[in-house]
Design a protein. Sequence first.
Length: 191
Amino acid sequence: MNVDVAALTELYRAHLDELQRRTDAVCKKHGLDGVLLHSGTPQKKTQFDDQYWPLVTVPVFQHWLPLQVESCVLFVEPGQKPTLFFNVERGYWEGPPTPESNHFWPFFRVVEVRSPAEIRRAISARVGGLAGVADDRAFLASLGLADDRITPKALVDDLDATLVHKTAYEVFCLKQANLRACRGHAAVLRA
């Protein structure tokens, strides 16, 4: 589907400004210097094999970026350009899907990493003032976060609340998704 990338980029800029404002308020409420949002960890299909289910991205991470890459971390600090610790380590058999557009990259400070240890080194001086949200507690613990700073319910509830009111960018994306779905349903009906 052809989308005006310049218009998409402007909608995304406004979307991020709003998310930054909302997240800054959440950080202030919780007395945090920032939050670490983990992209997710693929889950094994069974303990008896090395097959994994496709990655289901953590919603608060997905709210910020249209990226489905495991073990990435978005570091959001009040008043600062968000930092994306972008996992560039790839498995032998498969890799993440390519994003449909590159409109989002310029809005982040991107640091390529191959392991959680690299993220830990980058945030170590500030880790005491941070909390994180992840589906994988062990991943955030490996970054040095204290147990009570890993996916605390009150923080998750407040970040989830930032998902409720849709920005113009989100409404645009929902419309595009519905247009695609309509074409698919029409093709099934014709068949």
